[in-house]
Write a protein that binds this ligand. Structure first.
Ligand code: FCB
Length: 479
């Protein structure tokens, strides 16, 4: 079974070939020629609906050596020649570590209700084990206090891909021990912030670590070993479950759940072969994570496909699935793109792609995935913790950034979420990826995903058209 990933979406391994595939095949849905993109549709959201934005530690903080922070796999990876575009690293990123107060004020200006950020494990434990580093924890305390002062709910993710390098040297997530180290790290974080953080996310997109970190190697730690990747999947899921249990053991009433990037999978044609291939594809993309965390078993088709002697099968011990399926309070859904699967198990492109060539723009996929998880796994409160679009943002002469494509994209995805809520999906909040332009992993700083533009030379922040539009949506609670 070959899986697609954000860097190899469809059958196209490079951005350039993906673009020419687009020109030769599918006509772009021309979002940029939608002059009425910011005209309200009149779709009112339920009272109390939470409007937010998201970031992650390595992508924004910088300050790579400040206050006792240790190295993570992303420091190593981005400093390895040829791994990121232009050799970009997160050493400075958008200097959020030093500019967080300004960024908090931006959030207040937009009227955000909720801010989803991640905590850097190697700020809390430089080498991933042992006593916590108080200076690292103090940064997050200042950040969370600043959010609460501004009436913004903190939604903290414990792990957004930045494994401490010292743990990676001992096997990282290939090793079962890392799941236990992760739970210990989580305990330190709960002890320091448990009284002020009401919502926790355990692990961000385990699937991306599996596919990009261990199958294609486009992300840290840059390995290419497909069977081993599914052992990594099991340990990530185990780490999730252990972190849930660790929170419950503190007696906290905070809520907790995993964040999965879910992909609606559709057959590319109406043959029986495409239907069967799509089913298995869905197993790898969605059910591997959803079934284990929410039903306490791995999907039988994926287990059979991996085989009884596979690293996945061999890494599962008695009792693991009970830990992995420790009850959660919410499910965080991240939606970017659908997949269309052929009878041979490859994928086809059906919609225009964004600047991120792995992303096909298909708002109805948001509706389909939200209604599907509610139907198959509900009722469980849902939050969208990521959804967004990279645009070729250019700073205009009047300090304006006319990202009308992003406005149209968000409008259409918000409308799809609205339709899902109307059809009974318990969606409580929505976080746009991203609050600010930032370090987009192997793509470096070339892709801009923010509502807020960052001039990387000066670190100046400027609201884009989409930010001003979003501010109006939040104020009116209406798209
Ligand atoms: C998600 C990641 C996030 C960002 C967006 C574009 O998969 O969680 O860090 O890279 O994609």
């Amino acid at each position: 079974m070959s899986v697609p990933t954000r860097t190899t979406a469809g059958a196209t391994p490079t951005a350039d070939s993906a673009r020419s595939a687009l020109l030769n095949g599918v006509e772009p849905d021309d979002l940029s020629r939608d002059p009425a993109a910011d005209t309200p549709l009149g779709l009112a959201f339920p009272d109390g609906f939470g409007w937010g934005a998201a970031t992650s530690a390595y992508q924004i903080e910088g300050a790579a050596k400040d206050d006792g922070r240790g190295e993570s796999v992303w420091d190593t990876f981005s400093h390895t020649p040829g791994r990121t575009k232009n050799g970009d690293t997160g050493d400075v990123a958008i200097d959020h570590y030093h500019r967080y107060a300004e960024d908090l004020d931006l959030m207040r200006e937009l009227g955000l209700h909720s801010y989803r950020f991640s905590i850097s494990w190697s700020r809390v434990q430089a080498d991933g084990t042992g006593a916590p580093n108080q200076r690292g924890l103090d940064f997050y305390r200042r950040l969370v206090d600043g959010l609460l002062e501004r009436n913004i709910e903190p939604l903290a993710t414990l792990y957004h891909w930045d494994t401490p390098q010292a743990l990676q040297d001992r096997g990282g997530w290939e090793s079962r021990d890392t799941a236990y180290r992760f739970a210990e790290y989580a305990e330190h974080v709960y002890a320091a912030l448990g009284d002020v953080v009401p919502v926790w996310i355990t692990i961000n997109e385990p699937k991306t670590v599996v596919q990009n970190g261990y199958i294609t190697g486009h992300h840290a730690p840059g390995k290419r070993d497909e069977p081993l990747a599914y052992q990594v999947a099991h340990h990530l899921q185990l780490g999730h479950g252990l972190a849930v249990q660790a929170l419950r053991a503190t007696g906290s009433s905070a809520r907790i759940g995993p964040a999965f990037n879910l992909h609606p999978c559709y057959p590319a044609d109406d043959t029986a072969a495409a239907a069967a291939a799509t089913r298995l594809y869905d197993g790898y993309e969605n059910r591997l994570y959803l079934d284990s965390a929410l039903r306490g078993h791995y999907p039988a088709d994926v287990l059979a496909d991996q085989g009884p002697d596979s690293p996945l099968a061999r890494s599962i011990r008695d009792g693991d699935l009970a830990i992995i399926s420790a009850p959660v309070d919410l499910l965080a859904v991240q939606y970017y793109t659908p997949y269309y699967v052929t009878g041979e198990g490859s994928t086809e492109q059906r919609h225009a792609t964004s600047e991120a060539f792995w992303q096909q723009i298909y708002p109805d996929g948001m509706y389909d995935i939200l209604t599907r998880v509610t139907r198959d796994y509900g009722p469980l409160p849902l939050t969208v913790t990521e959804n967004g679009l990279p645009c070729p943002d250019v700073l205009g002469p009047e300090d304006d950034i006319n990202d009308v494509e992003r406005v149209a994209f968000l409008r259409d995805h918000f409308a799809a979420a609205h339709r899902a809520i109307a059809d009974g999906v318990p969606l409580e909040s929505y976080h746009v990826w991203s609050l600010l332009d930032n370090f987009e992993w192997d793509q470096g700083y070339e892709e801009r995903w923010g509502l807020v533009y960052v001039d990387y030379a000066t670190q100046r922040r400027i609201l884009k058209r989409s930010a001003l539009w979003y501010k109006r949506v939040i104020a009116d609670n209406t798209v």
